[in-house]
Design a protein. Structure first.
Lengths: 584, 183
């Protein structure tokens, strides 16, 4: 029986059928019709205080659940406020659906109130976007959007819905999988790797003397952490996990070297640099990893597994390119290696390489000078204490800057999907809303947001959302009164000429601000206060907690490969520099 | 600036024949991608194909701006792009249309008419002091014609940008005929 409903009802019904349980959003003029059927829907709506917050919440939700996060806002300024989260999700391959209202089709192009060219503006920051011109198209477009957002290399998809399209009536029809695929003749992501390439990769792996597994965010997107672990253990090869892959391989595993790159540890950086085979899995040779590309891992052959063919050869030409889903390809590579081994082939002896790597690890642990009594609190110490006090399974979110790098360095990620950060776009202000989204996705987990004082001031208002919606998160502000990473660059590369990086030591009052938003606020100024404050924060689970750590502004993130430098020239902490020769 | 002769005289130009879904905004997606990734489009021609659901965009790419492989891979990621063929200029037939209005006094008009006839072009309109001519053909031929017209004083000139299709493989075609297949 055919049934007439409105475009708006079709939209909400389609979202329900796509198993959406939560929408992060904020209503306004043109999206109003969609908010009415929402009242009768089981979908939970979380009313944000700024549209950007809705976008980052959707990202945080997607990060930890693997399901697309959904944000819904109105036209014009609401749509432009979504540009940052869309771009962030695009850069980090986060599945996300963004629904925007639009002026009625009859008003499009007339510079109507709150009109903007949303699909035009968001074209280059979405995997795909569509302006829906007929209510009849709503179900198919929604299905297409979820299909595109979650398959291949995941990413954000935006649907722009004019008000009259939402109001018009349509005949409900839920398209089949086949109809969806037929409607997208140009979209055919590859998931199975090429068998010949897989064989070649297996042989190359057995022949390598100094192999490194270079694991990127694609491992998490492909849900390939178990496969990665099996491969690493099978070939007994050390693993580096990029900023986007923290948690994809357990930090407490003896083969884990941790994070490489600009602020990676010296061992991970150097092991890649000296390797003769980089087994690249869902990583993209980002400039933050390679340093100066021309001198990056000069002796390494490259196996590059990526679901996005455009990543193959974009930065570094692979010897063995494999386009496919990381999990499926790794499983095939494991099979191919086992076949070779069963056929009597032997893996090269890599014990010398491994002991060389172990030597670096012993010589170059992460390091910071410990607090002397009366000295300012060290941010790294706060992170270590946070880590050690965190309940099992805690999810850590971070903003962007020094605190992000320290978080990635000092936390121990032993489980996938426990690390949420803005890697590619580097969006300051990401952490608080992302943490809220993560907590909505995983209400069973403790969620800590580590933030800087600069970042926090960009999106802190979402703590009001957290309080009102009863989403208790915990925020640790590492307050050094500076835009710390910029300060670090000015200190190191601009002769300590500090330009517009000093915020304010007293303003805002973070404790009062937290309290005014319905949170518990705690200020920590000395090392003795750190542990009790963290214990207190962890013991509160009926509301959000903000702990402000007043930390040493002079502390810098080390190691560091300055932009444009070769990874060979990584800057160690000055106290470690006397051991530099061991990095050979 | 006579950039027009670049693509046809430059041996390294590439022609991409991009089959796209015939939908609003698809040209903006394609051209936007070129801008966003820093690739230069030399010329562009768009029109529906024999299948009304599909359009063909013929793009001549300035390959010095970026490796062609990346251009093609990035283009292919667009959901509306159905198929991309790279046409080797040596193995494809290319056509373009040129229209030009040339300022020429009545007494010299005969020379332009003669030139147009030699190139097998057409006279589209004649005025007192000017004449409008058209020529379709290979981009090389259009370059030559344009160069010669320039001597008379071109008032306005418009070229369409090239369209191209692969040359037919004669052996395969003969074989098909032998086997009684027409296609």
């Amino acid at each position: 029986m055919t049934q007439k409903i409105t475009g708006a009802q079709a939209l909400i019904r389609a979202l329900e059928l796509e198993n959406v349980d939560t929408i992060f959003g904020l209503p306004g003029g043109c999206i109003l019709p969609a908010y009415d059927p929402l009242l009768d829907s089981p979908i939970r709506h979380i009313l944000v205080r700024h549209e950007q917050g809705a976008g980052h919440m959707a990202e945080g939700y997607a990060h930890v659940t693997g399901r697309p996060g959904v944000a819904m806002v109105t036209s014009g300024p609401a749509a432009t406020n979504m540009v940052t989260p869309l771009c962030d999700a695009y850069m980090d391959s986060i599945p996300m659906i963004c629904i925007t209202g639009q002026v009625p089709t009859t008003a499009i192009g007339t510079d109507a109130f709150q009109e903007c060219d949303t699909v035009g503006i968001t074209r280059s920051v979405t995997k795909h976007n569509e302006l829906i011109m007929s209510a009849d198209d709503v179900p198919l477009m929604v299905r297409q959007a979820f299909h595109i957002a979650t398959t291949g290399r995941p990413g954000p998809v935006l649907l722009d819905l004019p008000k009259d399209v939402l109001q018009n009536s349509m005949t409900w029809h839920w398209p089949s999988d086949e109809e969806v695929l037929d409607s997208l003749p140009g979209y055919k992501p590859v998931s199975k790797g090429h068998p010949r390439m897989i064989k070649e990769a297996a042989r190359m792996i057995l022949d390598a003397k100094q192999p490194i597994l270079y694991a990127g965010g694609g491992i998490l997107k492909a849900r390939a952490a178990d496969a990665l672990r099996e491969l690493a253990e099978l070939i007994d090869t050390p693993v580096v996990t990029t900023l986007m892959a923290r948690g994809a391989f357990p930090d407490d595993h003896p083969l884990c070297l941790g994070m490489p790159g600009m602020h990676g540890n010296a061992t991970a950086i150097t092991a890649m640099q000296k390797s003769d085979l980089l087994i690249t899995l869902g990583a993209r040779f980002d400039d933050r990893i390679t340093g100066k590309v021309a001198t990056f891992a000069p002796d390494a052959k490259i196996i590059h597994v990526d679901i996005d063919p455009a990543e193959q050869g974009k930065v570094r030409r692979p010897d063995v390119p494999i386009v496919g889903d990381c999990r499926l390809v790794i499983e095939e590579i494991i099979k191919a290696i086992k076949d070779l081994l069963n056929g009597g082939e032997k893996q090269q002896d890599i014990s010398a390489w491994k002991s060389r790597v172990s030597g670096w690890r012993e010589q170059f642990p992460l390091y910071y000078p410990t607090n002397e009594p009366g000295e300012a609190l060290k941010p790294q110490y706060c992170l270590e204490q946070l880590r050690d006090g965190a309940p099992e399974g805690t999810i850590l979110c971070s903003g962007v800057g020094q605190h992000q790098m320290w978080s990635s360095q000092y936390w121990k990620f032993n489980e996938p999907y426990t690390w949420v950060n803005s890697g590619g776009l580097g969006t300051m202000g990401f952490s608080v809303p992302a943490a809220i989204g993560a907590k909505v996705g995983r209400p069973d987990r403790t969620v800590w947001a580590v933030d800087g004082d600069g970042c926090f001031q960009m999106t802190a208002q979402e703590l009001v959302t957290a309080s009102v919606e009863r989403i208790p998160i915990k925020v640790a502000i590492l307050n050094n009164s500076y835009l710390g990473m910029v300060r670090q660059w000015q200190e190191m590369f601009y002769e300590e000429r500090y330009s517009e990086v000093y915020l304010s030591p007293e303003l805002p009052d973070f404790v009062k601000w937290a309290e005014s938003m319905g949170c518990i606020g705690i200020r920590v100024e000395s090392p003795e206060e750190v542990q009790p404050a963290i214990e207190k924060a962890n013991s509160i689970d009926d509301r959000s907690v903000v702990v402000e750590f007043r930390v040493d502004a002079g502390e810098k993130v080390f190691p560091m490969v300055p932009a444009g430098f070769s990874n060979d020239d990584v800057l160690l902490h000055p106290d470690q520099n006397n051991r530099r020769e061991f990095l050979r | 600036m006579s950039t027009n002769s670049y693509a046809s005289s430059h041996p390294a130009h590439h022609i991409l024949s991009v089959l796209v879904q015939n939908r609003p905004g698809v040209l903006a997606r394609v051209s936007g991608l070129f801008a966003r990734r820093g690739y230069n489009i030399f010329s562009l021609a768009v029109a529906p194909t024999e299948d009304p659901m599909l359009s063909r965009i013929t793009i001549v790419v300035d390959v010095e701006s970026a490796p062609l492989e990346q251009v093609v891979k990035q283009l292919f990621k667009l959901v509306d792009v159905v198929k991309i063929s790279e046409l080797d200029p040596r193995r494809s037939v290319e056509r373009e249309l040129l229209m030009a209005t040339v300022r020429v006094p009545a007494e010299d008009r005969g020379q332009v008419v003669e030139l147009t006839n030699i190139f097998e072009g057409k006279i589209l309109a004649v005025g007192v002091e000017a004449i409008t001519v058209s020529l379709d053909g290979s981009p090389d031929k259009l370059d030559d014609f344009e160069e010669l017209l320039r001597g008379y004083g071109i008032v306005e000139l418009q070229r369409t940008g090239r369209v191209a299709l692969p040359k037919l493989d004669k052996e395969a075609r003969l074989k098909a005929v032998k086997h009684g297949k027409a296609s």
